[in-house]
Design a protein around this ligand. Structure first.
Ligand code: RP5
Length: 196
């Protein structure tokens, strides 16, 4: 007898895909509690793209779509996802609840909330009781970028091209700083340039 497939299962079977390598199987699942979190999580996606790491993105709310959250987290490993980046704000249950339903590494990005500037999100995500870890990053954009870099570092152990992409990212970043050692001098040069 054919098994019945729930609506949530159907949704998790057809993830949106992305990444520089078109058609590549997503290795990172980027999920967020609300579409309002995209402003923050898009920085994780931009960084994954820069590194050529295939990913999928999805709004999965711990409060508003709890069944979808369970389905997503429980099926992620079977679908080939190897790291999950989960961003949420306020009473941010999404990363912790996701981590409770999978043994994949879950990286939590605290989204900056209006009321408490993301301190609520940070503590909700970081203060997991012993037993179910969530790797917690900084609040906001920096955390989203670093979640992608950390995901790449985790994947780099298995995928040498991702490790090399990460090495190149670091070298470019270092080069940018060394190429502009004196911001004051740069500003003077800029002013002079404007006057000319
Ligand atoms: C959380 O509530 C989401 O992660 C979001 O950061 C916050 C506010 O959500 P919206 O009211 O903007 O949908 O679940």
């Amino acid at each position: 007898m054919a098994k019945k497939t729930s609506k949530a299962q159907k949704r998790t079977k057809k993830p949106s895909r992305g990444g520089r390598r078109s058609g590549a199987h997503p290795l990172v699942g980027v999920i967020m509690g609300s579409s309002s979190d995209w402003e923050t999580l898009e920085h994780a996606v931009t960084t994954l793209k820069e590194l050529g790491v295939p990913y999928e993105t999805r709004v999965v709310s711990a409060h508003r779509t709890p069944d979808l959250l369970f389905e997503y987290a429980a099926s992620a490993e079977k679908r080939g996802i190897e790291v999950i980046i989960a961003g949420a704000g306020g009473a941010a249950h999404l990363p912790g609840m996701t981590a409770s339903k999978t043994v994949l590494p879950v990286l939590g990005v605290p989204v900056e909330s209006k009321a408490l500037k993301g301190l609520d999100s940070l503590l909700s995500i970081a203060q997991m009781p012993g037993g179910i870890p969530v790797g917690t990053l900084a609040i906001g954009k920096a955390g989203a970028i670093n979640a992608a870099l950390l995901a790449a570092a985790i994947l780099g152990g298995k995928y040498p091209h991702i490790r090399e992409a990460l090495r190149r990212f670091r070298a470019t970043q270092t080069g940018r700083v060394l190429a502009n050692p004196d911001p004051a001098r740069g500003a003077v040069q800029l002013k002079k340039g404007k006057r000319a």
